[in-house]
Ligand binder design. Structure first.
Ligand code: NAD
Length: 499
């Protein structure tokens, strides 16, 4: 079995602890992908010290040249797309069609970042005074701590690291402990593309040790975290106390609304993909379905038939619709919510149990599950389960549907199926989410648009698109007075005095 290493101070190194953990295929727990470092705080200290040196060099590299490195990263990922998709499916379970999409998102993010190297716009504005120039421009921040979840092992690290690097920062990267192999390959590609070695540091290990040490390190002024709202709260408390710049992307409880006038075939495709893609382990997964009274019974019947027909299995095998959950702990959490849903009086229409037969017992499989007659406010309608569990709520009017959508603490994504253009535009205004899709599922963000959520999903920042470059750079303002005299802002008057 292969033993992997950290990448610290320009070299592939063993962890200071001398300890390792096994990375296991969730579709077959007898298949061990490799051994990865169980690093300690000493490794983080070395990584940060090296990243500070890397930053001093990289921040002076012209932004278009930094962009060229990221273009080569995009080229290398394109060449290795199939291989990366395969190894990603092996370590986290989602089917190859999805892991290919995950890699493609990284490629798109690389090419977007490459071109941003020739923009990174500031402003020039008129000064109040003659012979004075006023402008703003962008400067990098320093060492950025990058902490990522398991469900998008490549795309999410690229959303963070590529704009951070393009802006001239150095990164200390801690991938989720369930997906260290994909994180390692990404760092290999960055180095092969020509990134100076000390600009990137890779430290494997558990969040409570390595992640925490990065967040608490005084020489890491910016943290970008994607993960659960619970972990994000700890991260946020520390960053608040230490006055750090912080981007949080956290949990979701996303709803698809289907109104009486909707194209039901289209809505059906949407909810099957939104609820059970990635085995429900997406921050944007459809975990609630809000059906208007007129189509409720008919739609539910069609949906249950489709969910029952979905094929569980190894994501690398053709014909697999649904892969495993990431871990046994994740499956136990889902099972706990099955008990909660039944105790709350939800009507369990399908699923609710582990995958069985055809070798499924070797992995963390769980059947697509649908609860009907769920009340707005029930725990399974409110709390993030992060598995293939869909709660269906019946409503009478579009207004009621909007209120149910908004009645949760999260606010990432929502979806509305209707043919009424007026309602569609009203929904864009009324639904409390960072993203609303009309006649499309709750999942499917594109790399060149801002991505993120409101309420307890985020803290106001966005990933993706143009906005993320503001997170990874500071605005600096420069005034150049070439009048040769003292000109006092707000005091001297250049309008000319009336006679
Ligand atoms: P998680 O919170 O368990 O872990 C996320 C990362 O944080 C991991 O790398 C982990 O090692 C690290 N971590 C754990 N404890 C830490 C600590 N005390 N200090 C610093 N880092 C620590 O999340 P997960 O199970 O990997 O991912 C699932 C969650 O992520 C879900 O809640 C999902 O909604 C969310 N998510 C959100 C988005 C989004 O963009 N909003 C995208 C993907 C996933």
């Amino acid at each position: 079995m292969k033993t992997f290493r950290n990448f610290i101070a320009g070299a592939w190194t063993e962890p200071s602890t001398g300890e390792y953990f096994d990375n296991v295929n969730p579709a077959d727990t007898t298949d061990v992908v490799g051994r990865f470092p169980l690093s300690g705080t000493e490794d983080v200290d070395r990584a940060v010290a090296s990243a500070r040196r890397g930053f001093e060099r990289w921040r002076r590299t012209p932004a278009p040249a930094r962009g060229d490195v990221l273009r080569r990263v995009g080229d290398l990922m394109t060449q290795r797309k199939e291989e990366i998709a395969e190894l990603m499916t092996r370590e986290m379970g989602k089917p190859l069609t999805e892991t290919r999409g995950d890699v493609q998102e990284g490629i798109d993010t690389a090419y977007y970042a490459a071109t941003e190297g020739r923009r990174l716009f500031g402003h020039t504005v008129p000064s109040e005074m003659p012979s004075k120039w006023a402008m703003s421009f962008r400067r990098p921040i320093g060492v950025c701590g990058i902490i990522t979840p398991f469900n998008f092992p490549l795309a999410i690290p690229t959303w963070k690291m590529f704009p951070a690097l393009l802006c001239g920062n150095a990164c200390v990267f801690k991938p989720a402990e369930d997906v260290p192999h994909t994180g390692t390959v990404l760092v290999e590609i960055l180095l092969e593309a020509g990134l100076p070695p000390e600009v990137i540091q890779l430290v494997h290990g558990v969040g409570e040790t390595v992640g925490k040490a990065i967040v608490e390190h005084p020489d890491v002024p910016a943290i970008s975290f994607t993960g659960s709202t619970e972990t994000g709260r700890f991260v946020g408390e520390t960053c608040g106390r230490m006055h750090k710049r912080l981007s949080l992307e956290m949990g979701g409880k996303n709803a698809q609304i289907v109104l009486d006038d909707a194209d039901l075939d289209l809505a059906l495709e949407g909810v099957i993909w939104g609820a059970f893609g990635t085995t429900g382990q997406r921050c944007t997964a459809t975990s609630r379905l809000i059906l208007q009274r007129g189509i409720h019974d008919n739609f539910l019947g069609l949906l249950v038939d489709r969910a029952r027909a979905m094929k569980l299995g190894d994501g690398r095998k053709a014909g697999t619709d649904v892969g495993p959950l990431i871990s046994e702990a994740a499956r136990r959490k889902v099972e706990h919510y099955i008990d909660v849903g039944q105790a709350e009086g939800g009507d369990l229409l399908c699923g609710g149990r582990r995958g069985q037969g055809r070798g499924l017992e070797r992995g963390h499989f769980f059947e697509p599950t649908i609860f009907a007659r769920v009340s707005a406010g029930a725990r399974i309608e409110q709390e993030e389960i992060f598995g293939p569990v869909l709660s269906v709520v019946r409503v009478s009017t579009p207004e009621e549907a909007f209120a149910v959508n908004n009645g949760v603490k999260y606010g990432l994504s929502s979806s509305l199926y209707t043919r009424d253009v007026n309602l569609a535009f009203r929904a864009l205004q009324e639904l409390d989410n960072g993203i609303t899709y009309v006649n499309a599922p709750t999942i499917g963000a594109e790399a060149h648009l801002p991505f993120g959520g409101v309420k307890q999903t985020g803290n106001g920042h966005r990933e993706g698109g143009w906005e993320v470059y503001e997170f990874y750079s500071e605005t600096k303002v420069g005034y150049v007075d070439y009048s040769g005299t003292l000109q006092r802002a707000q005091i001297d008057n250049y309008l000319g005095t009336p006679d």
